[in-house]
Design a protein around this ligand. Sequence first.
Ligand code: ZN
Length: 284
Amino acid sequence: MASRDQFQRFIFEHSQVRGAWVQLGESFREIGSQAPYPDSVRELLGESLVASVLMSSSLKFEGTLSLQAQGDGPISTLMAECSHDRHIRGLARFDEHSISEEDFEALLGQGRMAITITPAQGQRYQGVVPREENSLAGCLEEYFERSEQLATSLFLFADENGAAGLMLQRLPGHTEEDDELWERVNHLARTVEADELLELDSETLLYRLFHEETVRLFDPEPVAFRCSCSRERTLGALEAIGKEECYSILDEQGSIEMDCQFCHSHYRFDRNDIDHLFTGHTLH
Ligand SMILES: [Zn+2]
């Protein structure tokens, strides 16, 4: 098997058309094994992770891009996140008894989908993803069209072993020639099969699709499952819950135990930790 867990950007030489490619193997299997996901849920989670990596290529600073959906379907929450250094994590909350259809709309039901960009420093940005198309790729293409005024094509696939995707984007300032190129490469990209995206390495795939164009591939970047949770951040969450609530849990349970929903890391805080959190010093 060729390159897995890799992300790569490319451009069509001397044009305003660019693209990105990603293939996830081990990272996706690790995330997919964090809960007993039914196939249809794991596949949608895989597509979401792929989309988050492809979209993270537009991050111009340190931070994370996350895709979140909430709804009244069998999947109540779907989350996929990718950082500027291509660390990914994700989860889905689902009702196993009501999962029968594999259709995107049926799985998510009515609800809200959003993209959140959280810079390491500075203001968080959130954009709403329209839910008018019956596929994740279709909804995200609409999002780019409306929020960023960027013509975008997304191809997302996942199966039990891996997930992969391809993104094409036409940048502002495009000429008539760029528009023709855009039509041509989209026509070719639409012929891509799931197996090709999931199995072929980037060079072979792009050559197979676009061999009549001059494509410049940038260096591949590794993608890995890495959770950004920490003891410090968990304490931050406790601070947000508030002093009163924390002490009430301590009085009831003797300690506060918290599990990360993305990676199942376990954090335990005793009275000393909570005293320290709310007073800034501990009494011994
Ligand atoms: Zn974690």
